[in-house]
Design a protein around this ligand. Structure first.
Ligand code: DGY
Length: 323
């Protein structure tokens, strides 16, 4: 029996590319250059399964390409806001994602941002590398203590809970959260967490506001000028979810006007481009979307995307079906 044909839009870890070669008649992207819209369309016309990732904008226009052959999209990544899921559903295209395997690493990056921005670690390292460190002194680079502070988590799903787990059990932080869904009492009790009624309450009460909700129409610019104004002047905002959940212009204004103490960001509205201020302000720590970037996690993500696609062609239930 011939193997299904697959097109993979970016380089994957070697282990995963070897497995892809065994299981599929696969076209890999040796150059690792992101696909253009036309390349995405022609990929959908020429393969059985497309394996894209966050850098591929799989819009309604792309999905509606004439003579589409692919009926399966095995996304490499948990987030699927770059794919028009409603259109995929309407056209009968199956879409899968890669949840759970990146929870720990993404939560680790959120914790790194909390610690780096509060304790001014980036500033310190830059000073040292520039040969500007003149030695220890009692008032040098005084930051904000993290242990025991209030962490407000917006979106208390797998990743939000994993951030809270680290913050509460590792740093004795008090956990507040907001989520539109019911959260099990076991989880709440384990973290001694308190559910607040509104996002406004989270903004007012927290020392750190961590964004951990998915990017949807409802969460677009969820953190806006009004909500930054509600935050304590001493508080920090942390984002490891998706860039457009924060209105970046409003964030830059809030930082410039000292309405908040700082920001720790792993995701941006129009990656890889971000406002200069988010690269230059001393009280901002910005990472280049590193949440899931450990070798163990990226291999697990690739294997999960492969397993989903294999299940599709074997007519089995997909382990991680989105639609
Ligand atoms: C994810 O899996 O959603 C990561 O952010 C990379 O896309």
């Amino acid at each position: 029996m011939s193997k299904p044909s697959a097109i993979v839009t970016r380089r994957w870890p070697d282990e995963c590319e070897s497995r892809l070669k065994q299981l599929f008649d696969v076209t890999l992207n040796e150059s690792d250059e992101p696909f253009t819209t036309d390349q995405l369309k022609s990929a959908l016309q020429s393969c059985d399964v497309l394996m894209p990732t966050v850098t591929d904008k799989i819009t309604a226009d792309v999905l509606s390409v004439e003579n589409r052959k692919a009926n399966m999209i095995g996304n490499f990544g948990v987030g699927f806001n770059h794919i028009d899921i409603e259109k995929a559903k309407e056209l009968g295209i199956t879409v899968s994602n890669t949840p759970t395997v990146l929870t720990d690493c993404t939560a680790d990056i959120a914790m790194s941002l909390i610690l780096m921005v509060a304790r001014r670690v980036g500033e310190g390292e830059r000073e040292l590398r520039a040969n500007n460190w003149t030695g220890w002194r009692p008032t040098h680079l005084l930051g904000t203590k993290v242990t025991g502070k209030k962490l407000g988590v917006i979106g208390f799903g797998r990743i939000g809970q994993a951030v809270a787990q680290r913050a509460h059990h590792g740093f004795n932080m008090e956990i507040l959260f907001w989520d539109p869904f019911d959260i099990s009492s076991d989880v709440i009790n384990n973290l001694n967490a308190k559910k607040l009624d509104t996002i406004e309450d989270i903004c007012k009460e927290s020392d750190f506001v961590s964004i951990n909700c998915p990017a949807t129409k409802e969460t677009l610019h969820l953190m806006n000028a009004e909500r930054f104004k509600l935050m304590k002047k001493s508080a920090f905002v942390i984002n490891t979810a998706r860039g457009d959940i924060i209105d970046e212009k409003a964030l830059v204004d809030a930082l410039n006007n000292n309405e908040i103490a700082g920001a720790g960001l792993d995701v941006f509205e129009t990656e890889p481009n971000l406002p200069d201020e988010l690269k230059t302000l001393e009280n901002v720590v910005s990472f280049p979307h590193l949440g899931s970037a450990s070798i163990e996690t990226r291999i697990a993500m690739g294997n999960m995307a492969i397993d989903n696609s294999v299940a599709f062609f074997e007519n089995k239930d997909l382990p991680n079906k989105v639609v």
